[in-house]
Write a protein that binds this ligand. Structure first.
Ligand code: AHM
Ligand code: MG
Length: 344
């Protein structure tokens, strides 16, 4: 019989050399917050029966929207533990400093508490995304520069998918590992050890409604994915899947192989995806799974952030697929393509 491994045991056994209690416990904290959010998310369909968001509940308190609830849970699980010097959330304008009454720690947490939240009302999968950095100056309380670090400096990243089951997938730079929540036990159990992007890839994901907002090179790339552009040997089309929930689209493509695209648009040159809370953690994960994430020109992980809520075009998936996109964009810009690996 195969052994049952809880997330606690796995984190402890496979923690990086530098990880003393602080880092390890921070991962436990995130797993705990994920369980609380999963519990609440599973009951989201009952909101109409038990009281709408924004309405007043039985105790006379305002009911929170689920994304605000998720943001608050992560903050409250992590603010007082002495493991963080700062946090930043997609839900909040400013960086989150650790309240003065609590000890500060050595790490920085960035998170999108509930991504794809427009999908909540239609019972479609949503997710939480997180990234962990070391703080820049361990002697100081958190400052904006702690949060504005390039993705290359992440020490851990992951996501939680609230789908047909709840899964937590994370990396500390030693492979990507997935855990499925057993709701009876209240434990995340190891279900996907050392996840690698399969090759050949199966899917591509993009919002095709925006086709006319993309540059000709991106449009050409979509035709290439569909098998109607380029060399004969590339003619096998990928299947198209788009949920409109980044974590769900990303997770499916990680398991089956493929690419997620959110391109630049004529009027939105940086696209939609947020660099700090969405693109960087998923870029770190995809590299750990053997893939690559690009803004169309370079690795997402090499972008030096200048603003908390900065956006970036985002292409993440099998290396060969992302390189082909970079090749078309370079050709369009009249730049050399010879240093790019051949797309397959
Ligand atoms: P959000 O952070 O406001 O939830 O937006 C991010 C979401 C992603 O989950 C998803 O990939 C994307 O928005 C979908 O956008 P669109 O509806 O433009 O295709
Ligand atoms: Mg989001």
């Amino acid at each position: 019989m195969s052994k049952i491994v809880t997330i606690e045991r796995f984190i402890l056994e496979y923690q990086p050399d530098y990880a003393r209690g602080e880092f390890t416990n921070l991962l436990y904290d995130i797993a705990l917050a994920a369980k609380v959010i999963a519990h609440k998310t599973n009951r989201a369909g009952l909101t109409d029966i038990l009281g709408r968001a924004g309405a007043t509940n039985i105790q006379g308190e305002q009911q929170q929207k689920l994304d605000v609830f998720a943001d608050d849970i992560i903050f409250r699980v992590c603010d007082h533990t002495g493991r963080l010097c700062a946090m930043a959330s997609e839900e909040r304008e400013e960086i989150i400093c650790i309240p003065e009454q609590f000890k500060k720690g050595s790490y920085v947490l960035v998170y999108d508490p509930l991504d794809g939240s427009s999908n909540i009302d239609v019972n479609v999968s949503i997710g939480t995304i997180f990234g962990i950095y070391r703080c820049v100056d361990w002697d100081l309380r958190g400052r904006e520069e702690d949060v504005l670090q390039a993705g290359r400096k992440l020490v851990a990243a992951g996501y939680v998918l609230y789908g047909s089951s709840t899964m937590l997938v994370y990396t500390t730079g030693q492979g990507v590992h997935g855990f499925t929540l057993d709701p009876e036990l209240g434990e995340f159990l190891l279900s996907h050890e050392n996840m690698r992007l399969p090759d050949p890839p199966a899917y591509y994901s993009v919002n095709h409604a925006y086709y006319h907002r993309w540059s000709p090179a991106v449009q050409r790339y979509m035709r290439w994915l569909q098998g109607s552009e380029g060399e004969e040997e590339h003619a096998k089309p990928l299947s198209f899947r788009y949920i409109g929930s980044l974590v769900a689209d990303f997770h499916r493509n990680l398991l089956r192989g493929g690419i997620f695209c959110y391109p630049a648009e004529t009027k939105k040159p940086n696209g939609k995806i947020r660099l700090l809370y969405e693109a960087n953690p998923l870029a770190f994960l995809i590299e750990q799974a053997g893939g690559y994430a690009s803004d169309g020109a370079n690795s997402v992980l090499d972008i030096e952030p200048t603003e908390l809520h900065q956006r970036t075009p985002f292409y993440a998936g099998n290396r060969s697929l992302v390189y082909q996109l970079e090749r078309y964009l370079r050709e369009e810009a009249g730049q050399p393509v010879s240093d790019l690996v051949s797309g397959g």
